[in-house]
Design a protein around this ligand. Structure first.
Ligand SMILES: [Zn+2]
Length: 216
């Protein structure tokens, strides 16, 4: 993949995520990869809604920097690409309602999605990764137990991570999680989310299995 192709797609993603309020200031980082063993990632310290096109860095999946100044959270992307051979795109953002759930309910190990069909069908489950210090190997290590099974996850007290076979699939993961978080927060204010009957949850989970691994 050429730098120009990656830069056009990742810059468009930066505008989109900023408009959605999923990034503030220099938050977040996103990457694209093709069949090879290097990937393009947004550069460190850049406001991705404002600075366009976004400067990129090229990094090998073993972590060696080929060019540019990659994000401090690049090792997390390396971990996804190494563990998930199907991964071609990774998005890390800070969607506010999703992060708020992990702050208000630190005991949760996943965002509870047994009350509405959309989340079960689209992602199956939304795990909450225990808090790890941002940047470096600690954060990358924290997601390893969830790979390659989970394509969308909350990073406790920090943000969200989604990967996909395309950039659009990774975006679907981020949007799906934040949308579920908003629905559940609204339900809390209206008296609390009520789970579907177990038979319906079982049916939805079986349907999810039939639909395959991709985030919808
Ligand atoms: Zn972050």
């Amino acid at each position: 993949m050429t730098r120009e192709t990656a830069q056009a797609q990742l810059s468009e993603m930066g505008r989109w995520l900023s408009q959605k309020n999923y990034l503030a200031a220099a938050d977040g980082n996103f990457s694209l990869k093709d069949e090879g063993d290097t990937f393009w990632i947004t550069a460190s310290g850049v406001n991705k809604g404002y600075r366009q096109p976004i400067p990129l860095a090229e990094v090998a999946i073993d972590g060696r920097v080929r060019s540019g100044e990659p994000s401090s959270e690049t090792e997390m992307h390396c971990a996804v690409f190494r563990r998930c051979p199907k991964a071609r795109a990774v998005i890390h953002a800070h969607p506010p309602t999703l992060v708020a759930w992990s702050i208000a309910r630190p005991e949760l190990t996943e965002l509870t999605c047994d009350s509405f069909s959309e989340a079960i069908l689209a992602v199956g489950s939304i795990p909450i990764v225990p808090f790890a210090r941002p940047g470096g190997l600690g954060l990358a290590g924290s997601i390893l137990p969830f790979l390659p099974l989970s394509r969308a996850m909350v990073l406790g007290r920090h943000g969200a991570l989604a990967w996909g076979e395309t950039l659009e699939e990774a975006l679907n993961g981020i949007e799906r999680m934040e949308h579920a978080a908003i629905i559940l927060a609204t339900a809390e204010r209206l008296g609390g989310a009520k789970a579907l009957p177990q038979a319906e949850i079982d049916w939805l989970k079986a349907r999810r299995q039939e639909l395959g691994e991709k985030t919808l």
